[in-house]
Design a protein around this ligand. Sequence first.
Ligand code: NDP
Length: 479
Amino acid sequence: MNIQNYINGKFKNPKQDSWIDNFNPSNGEVYGQIPNSSQEDVELAYKSAKTAFSSWSKTTLDKRSRILIKIADLLEENLQRFAEAESKDNGKPLSLAKAVDIPRAASNFRFFGNAITQFASESHESIGQDAINYTLRQPIGVVGCISPWNLPLYLFTWKIAPAIAAGNCVVAKPSEVTPMTAYLLGEICNKAGLPKGVLNIVHGLGTQTGQAIIEHKDIKAISFTGGTSTGAHIARVAAPMFKKLSLELGGKNPNIIFADCDYDDMLNTTVRSSFANQGQICLCGSRIFVEASIYKKFKTDFVAKVKALKVGHPSDKATNIGALVSKPHLEKVKEYIEIAKTENGTILCGGNKVTVKGFENGYYLEPTVIEIASNDCRVNQEEIFGPVVTIMPFETEAQVLEMANKVKYGLSATLWTNNLKRTMMLSNNLQAGIVWVNTWMMRDLRTPFGGVKASGVGREGGFEALRFFTETKNVCIKY
Ligand code: NDP
């Protein structure tokens, strides 16, 4: 199936009639083509967004809110179709796309459709000076949203929904590896009555289409989720143009397990936090540190549970682990397993490519647990972003805190303990934007989301996202 760009409410072929193959990770076959959009297509999208801005930015909050909520409703009505498209494009289990990805994309629109009606500004009375200050939060204009392949529609809409709720018009690019649900979203937006030009979706390569978005002098803000090196590149390009930037980047998150935790809950959640979505979630706890007194027991129980996970075709109901997103990504993950062997890592389970009957060319890999001897080894320091975790024991709180923080990333951390003092000490001192205690990936869309260090700059979620997508202006009136 060929997909098209969505510009000014219409589906269009790329100007230069250039196309890229789209692969189905479950069988390794090309199943369609996507536009290889050029700078000309981005310019067309920009112009359409700019034209729409004057009216959209003045559209009442009530109307904006109703349209966003209508998009959410339509996504829910089309759950099966969107989930099937997401699973086929990405390789993730259909059950996961149905339970998480698509419902969450709908929630993003519903949440920001509601949030914008509650988004208020401040006023400050300058007492004794007969003056009052009030703050305006005005839409920026045309903004760029660029998202990755791991949670395609979920992360795409996490940016688009607050951007348009706040009155901006958008030029957006999903990952070229997983464009399908973004394409289908255009149709839903038209049905929901989103005025033409408010959202424009251009497909293509990051280095060409994405580059044209970040280089565009009149696209005033960029919200980006993706790899750390791409984020650094975007920052370099955008800084001289003084664009507003929100960068959600890579992670290498510690999962710290103390002997006093609720063991069964911890064990089940740790399997999920290690391997959900084939380990391709920026929040996965890929570095597992276990208190020495329960290390042996944990190792036995964890490995047994991981071995029981079924790797299979994404639409098979019994599948726990689907296909990795692409062949190059599978190769990258496999390379890290080889690196582990050269670093004295012990592969406790997994490590091999899986051949699924009938889908022999699919990108399947066993969930892999590596016991490591040093916190500093590459597999414990570099983002692998696949079904691979490391485990190692620790003795004291101070030691595990030091190891957890000794990494360039700082997105999230998970802590398993019932000790209040320890919880407070560690959550205050862990270098991460998000700390989960006795749970993982429990999300409340009002909370700030983002990382520190090489995991990014800025926060998304709730009013933080609406603040990012608006310019703040203070007005001071002397009376
Ligand atoms: P990439 O950085 O490769 O790509 C992300 C997006 O940027 C894609 O749409 C890509 O296009 C585009 N892109 C690539 N180069 C440029 C460029 N020069 N200018 C503009 N856009 C560009 O990341 P992945 O897609 O591989 O995603 C995985 C990464 O995302 C991991 O590092 C993961 O940790 C991170 N991530 C972070 C999250 C967070 O919230 N912090 C959440 C989820 C993932 P194309 O794909 O077409 O090349």
